[in-house]
Ligand binder design. Structure first.
Ligand SMILES: Cc1ncc(C[n+]2csc(CCOP(=O)(O)OP(=O)(O)O)c2C)c(N)n1
Length: 189
């Protein structure tokens, strides 16, 4: 499956969930399929979508929080898997689009061909971990995990295949931040 096909499966499943996106093509693909105020896009700061996702999940336990990450990003901040498992937010789902490359910067190989990231997450202590390799499995896996208490980890294996013509996120960092804060603001106390 192509990376874009994975996004085309996942993004329409989002309703009011908070979604923190890793930098590079991860943001760009999601942004182009459906831009939402609940989306936080990393414009740099590789590796840190998971830390921000953890912070948001802990501070908003009433809201499902999804981290949409890349294998290179996860490998860069592997310690955050342990931190997420230790903090154990029930409302957190960590999705990794694993193309076994740093595709956004030229398809350099990553170590995820040799290191199974879902096994690392499982060993760290994520409550549920799943790996899918076919796009027909994505919807079922997502719906299963969203219905359970986490933290959960969903690894989606894809080919390195993002399209270079995919547009970039055109919001400024300030716009992303303020729009996000407004969208996830509690309306009830
Ligand atoms: C600290 C830091 N190092 C390097 C980069 C450059 N960079 C941006 S995206 C990216 C690749 C991310 O790889 P991955 O998470 O696997 O996502 P993919 O690009 O494959 O979708 C790199 C190396 C950066 N933005 N920040």
């Amino acid at each position: 499956m192509k990376g874009t096909e994975a996004f085309e499966e996942i993004i329409p499943l989002l309703t009011d969930e908070i979604a923190i996106h890793a930098n590079g093509y991860i943001c760009r693909e999601s942004f182009n399929i459906k831009d939402r105020g609940e989306n936080f896009y990393m414009i740099g700061s590789m590796g840190l979508a998971s830390s921000i996702g953890l912070g948001v999940a802990v501070s908003r336990p009433d809201q499902k929080t999804i981290i949409i990450d890349g294998d290179g990003n996860v490998l860069m901040s592997m310690g955050t898997l342990a931190m997420i498992a230790a903090a154990a937010p029930k409302n957190l789902i960590h999705i990794v689009i694993d193309n076994e490359t740093y595709e956004s910067t030229g398809r350099q190989r990553s170590l995820s061909k040799l290191v199974s990231l879902e096994k690392v997450a499982q060993s760290a202590g994520y409550i549920h971990t799943k790996k899918v390799t076919n796009k027909s499995q994505i919807k079922g896996a997502f719906q299963e995990l969203i219905g359970k208490d986490g933290p959960s980890f969903l690894l989606i294996k894809v080919e390195p295949s993002f399209d270079k013509s995919t547009g970039r996120v055109h919001h400024t960092p300030e716009e992303i931040t303020f729009r996000f804060m407004k969208s996830i603001k509690k309306t009830k106390s």
